[in-house]
Design a protein around this ligand. Sequence first.
Ligand code: PNS
Length: 193
Amino acid sequence: MHKGLAIYPGSFDPPTNGHLDLIERGAKIFEDLVVAILRNSEKSPMFTVAERREMLQELTAHLKNVRIDTFDGLMVEYAKSLDATCILRGIRAISDYEYELQMALMNRKLEPTLETVFMMPADKYSYVSSRLVREVAQAGGPVKGLVPEVVEHKLREKLDPAYKLRDVRMMEMLESPGGSELGRRERKRKRKA
Ligand code: PNS
């Protein structure tokens, strides 16, 4: 295990199974791992930073050496403020390489003591990206297996507000032995009529 702290920075909008796979691999080789969500992204995000943080916290609760944080401005400055020694990034395919190489070399120019470490997620996630997940979900397609269940749920809530209402009603039905409150009221109304 590598002594010291590593940072895994990103947008995580939303977190995917590929991100989680990389976090789990990183947690095995680094003593401490901080998953850092960029706050000042120029893109208009689907999930707020608070929502992304909450999802990541829930997804990594079983990893005791992993914590979730947010940052603004230059990543290397944030890394320095935590005394981090490494930046962790995932590479899925050759297409990622050019952008990641540029970023790693720019970060090295800005802070030569900080080393970028690349890891590959499981090949079954090699085509999964937050952008494609958003695109598929927004078009009503299935994202099962691409994102953790909690994220799938949040995506459905975000894209279909009626889904949340259905969920609440379903919970009501399951929790009350005589059926839902709405059902009871409806039966009472019919008895009176
Ligand atoms: O998940 P993403 O969107 O590929 O993550 C990109 C991220 C957040 C790692 C990168 O944009 C970043 O570090 N931004 C902070 C600003 C910064 O330091 N820019 C210089 C990078 S060379």
